[in-house]
Design a protein around this ligand. Structure first.
Ligand SMILES: NC(=O)C1=CN([C@@H]2O[C@H](COP(=O)(O)OP(=O)(O)OC[C@H]3O[C@@H](n4cnc5c(N)ncnc54)[C@H](O)[C@@H]3O)[C@@H](O)[C@H]2O)C=CC1
Ligand SMILES: O=C([O-])CC(=O)C(=O)O
Length: 352
């Protein structure tokens, strides 16, 4: 490239219309750069302009495993894309606005993260979001089936206990379903459990690991405090306090935000932590074990969150629950009752 060409290119970059949106010549340049850049994974965020989406996009732009980052939303995708694209990290960022650009956003992706949909307000349950979010997840998953059927999907939109079964049914209908690649994100429950347990034990949360199984709503969130690492024991009061605090962590934030939404920053942190583990699995790293809500035979229910091993093909091993104490056995029965209904609601939304 000679000096004139370089200047023309810089000038084009400075022009306001030069936000890297789908369909322009800048996209072609970005494509060239992406090819010449560091090898890495292609990641799309659907709902990238939202409360979770924006910090999630920022943190994914900082992830060295990502070479291309597609930001899709039905509003404000150009603004968020322009902003994030100025970060001097490796990933090339492109924005996609509205349904007509969904397919372009998804084509070629290795990992799709979905935080699209409405959040709770005080007094609502996650299930109250079903009416709106079920349709959003359906539409987005139809796009994934069309454009990147082999991508790993990290589903964040609530109610996760129903949206994951919805996604599975959409993929089955399209003939693209692979249960190893569909994961409901329950990482925030683990992140909260690690934090609250560490507080009680007087430890650094980074030293604590709490398996959280079941699902992602109220009593379906089942922390296995008998399996905490490092090994420890809790009094009955501590067990009850911790279990309830972990189960109600989302509501704690919804109430504190008083109508301005639900957890966004801690969720973006948890989503990036989880996505990074999925990418490391895809890369072939060994011993990548995390909790996720997936198709499972660990219980009689078709979906259940447990610890899973992630690898090149997604979920490569699903771990059993391990020994439960009496408190956890009672909690498990309660969790399964509610979970069964939420799963059925999701399945019948597509099969109806
Ligand atoms: N799995 C988990 O642990 C958690 C899940 N959530 C859930 O994540 C979802 C998003 O939460 P927030 O980011 O706080 O909400 P938000 O309202 O701030 O953002 C949602 C974004 O989705 C976009 N959107 C709506 N319809 C869309 C469509 N058809 N295609 C693409 N984008 C679309 C909106 O334009 C908006 O930018 C909610 O359902 C919330 O309940 C929230 C926290 C934790
Ligand atoms: O509570 C909510 O509505 C959002 C959520 O899932 C969480 O923070 O765990």
């Amino acid at each position: 490239m000679d000096a004139n060409q370089r200047i023309a290119r810089i000038a084009a970059h400075l022009h306001p219309s030069n936000v890297q949106m789908e369909g322009g010549s800048v996209l072609e340049r970005a494509n060239c750069r992406a090819k010449g850049g560091a090898p890495g994974f292609k990641v799309a965020i659907l709902g990238a302009a939202g409360g979770i989406g924006q910090p999630l996009a920022m943190l994914m732009k900082m992830n060295p495993l990502v070479s291309v980052l597609h930001l899709y939303d039905v509003v404000n995708a150009p603004g968020v894309t322009a902003d994030i694209s100025h970060m001097d990290t490796g990933a090339v960022v492109r924005g996609f606005l509205g349904q007509p650009q969904l397919d372009a956003a998804l084509t070629g992706m290795d990992l799709v993260i979905i935080p699209a949909g409405v959040p709770r307000k005080p007094g609502m349950t996650r299930d109250d979001l079903f009416k709106i979010n079920a349709g959003i997840v359906k539409t987005l998953c139809e796009g994934i089936a069309r454009c990147c059927p082999n991508a790993i999907v990290n589903l964040i939109s609530n109610p996760v206990n129903s949206t994951v079964p919805i996604a599975a049914e959409v993929f089955k209908k399209a003939g693209t379903y692979d249960p190893k690649r569909l994961l409901g994100v329950t990482m925030l429950d683990v992140v909260r459990a690690n934090t609250f347990v560490a507080e009680v034990l007087g430890l650094d949360p980074r030293e604590v690991s709490v398996p959280v199984v079941g699902g992602h709503a109220g009593v379906t969130i089942l922390p296995l405090l008998s399996q905490v690492k490092p090994p420890c024991s809790f009094t009955k009061e501590e067990t009850e306090y911790l279990t309830k605090r972990i189960q109600d962590g989302g509501t704690e934030v919804v109430q504190a935000k008083a109508g301005a939404g639900s957890a966004t920053l801690s969720m973006a942190y948890a989503a990036v932590k989880f996505a990074d583990r999925c990418l490391k699995g895809l890369r072939g790293d060994a011993d990548i074990v995390e909790c996720a809500f997936i198709e499972s035979r660990v219980t009689e229910l078709p979906f259940f969150a447990t610890r899973v091993r992630l690898g090149r093909t997604g979920v490569e091993e699903i771990y059993q629950l391990g020994p439960l104490n009496e408190y956890e056995r009672v909690g498990l029965e309660e969790a399964k009752k509610e979970l069964a209904e939420s799963i059925e609601k999701g399945v019948s939304f597509i099969r109806k």
